[in-house]
Design a binder for this molecule. Structure first.
Ligand SMILES: Nc1ncnc2c1ncn2[C@@H]1O[C@H](COP(=O)(O)OP(=O)(O)OP(=O)(O)O)[C@@H](O)[C@H]1O
Length: 306
């Protein structure tokens, strides 16, 4: 488990992370989202003791990461896949990491095989492609067989096969009861991988909720109701107008925002209105995310008018 308590980091006058309170629970994949400069990497660095908080605390299983006797056995991370000695072989890079944590060298060969780069383990890591470098970074994260895993943009540079592999790996690590905290800008990928979403903007928490709730809360999620009789359509529309955020009519169809599908079904039943269709049109995660972060985008460009 990861716990953030009032976690803050300032660089000069700029707050990079601003009073974050958060629990990242085991047994699920938690996606960590936010616009460029939102503070995701800074938060991850503070969890790993690589940056010192200006205020508050970041705890891994109740203690600062660095205080664990074998840190790599508690938490493993992929932060910057390029942060390695370019002339060292991939295997030697992992051997050095393992030795510093008292981890047996046999585990190095295990993790090289898990990430699928065992055949190139003796090649210089500096000559690796972006995707191979990511795999090596993930091998490093898995080295201590840790309970907590942090991945900053893990699918960066991976081909579709590699992306699927990372998705399955994250899901299986979470299924084993581990805490998996992963940042990404790829919304479609997050929608497939994450159970829980944490969204930050300008260093502050915007949302911490199951992915299904984030999507359901979006105003882009609507319920479509098809009503064959005009009188019924009008009656249901008038009734919905008292509690919906918005009701639009398209021919024999009502498009309702802000009322759950179950409630609409109940209201139609109460009014004796016959329905030919009742379905939820879910927003995509990308739509929900854009809406949540609209006020926090620092480096956005004005959207072109079609
Ligand atoms: N070493 C540093 N010195 C000064 N400012 C920094 C430093 N590191 C980060 N920042 C600033 O802190 C803020 C948060 O940056 P951070 O890299 O954590 O964001 P991020 O959410 O990871 O962004 P991205 O999605 O672009 O990777 C940004 O405004 C950034 O410019």
């Amino acid at each position: 488990m990861i716990t953030l308590e009032g976690l803050s980091k300032r660089y000069g006058d700029t707050p990079a992370v601003d009073a974050l309170d958060l629990t990242v629970a085991p047994g699920r994949v938690t996606g960590f989202l936010g616009p460029n400069g939102a503070g995701k990497s800074t938060t991850m660095r503070m969890i790993l003791g690589l940056d010192t908080p200006s205020a508050g605390a970041a705890l891994v299983d109740g203690r600062p990461y660095a205080e664990w006797p074998v840190p790599l056995a508690k938490a493993g991370a992929l932060l910057d896949a390029k942060a390695l000695h370019p002339r060292r072989s991939a295997r030697n890079h992992l051997v050095a990491m393992a030795r510093s944590n008292g981890i047996g060298v046999s585990r190095v060969d295990e993790v090289l095989a898990i990430v699928g780069i065992d055949s190139v383990g003796r090649r210089r890591a500096g000559g690796f492609s972006l995707g191979m470098g990511q795999r090596l970074g993930i091998a490093g994260a898995l080295l201590g067989d840790p309970e907590v895993l942090l991945f900053d943009e893990p699918v960066n540079g991976l081909d579709p096969d590699g992306v699927r592999w990372v998705r399955r790996l994250m899901r299986s690590l979470a299924a084993e009861g581990r805490t998996v905290f992963v940042s990404s800008h790829l919304m479609s990928e997050m929608q497939l991988t994450a159970d829980q979403l944490v969204v930050i903007g300008r260093g502050r928490l915007i949302a911490d909720a199951p992915i299904a709730d984030v999507i359901a809360m979006s105003s882009r999620s609507t319920v479509h109701v098809r009503v064959p009789e005009t009188a019924g359509l009008t009656a249901l529309k008038d009734r919905l107008a008292t509690e919906a955020d918005r009701v639009d009519t398209q021919l024999d169809r009502l498009i309702v925002t802000g009322v759950p599908v179950e409630r609409i079904g109940d209201l139609a039943h109460e009014l004796g209105v016959r329905l030919h269709e009742l379905r939820t049109n879910h927003a995509s995660l990308e739509e929900a995310y854009m809406e949540l972060t609209a006020d926090s985008v620092q480096y956005g460009v004005a959207e072109a008018v079609a």
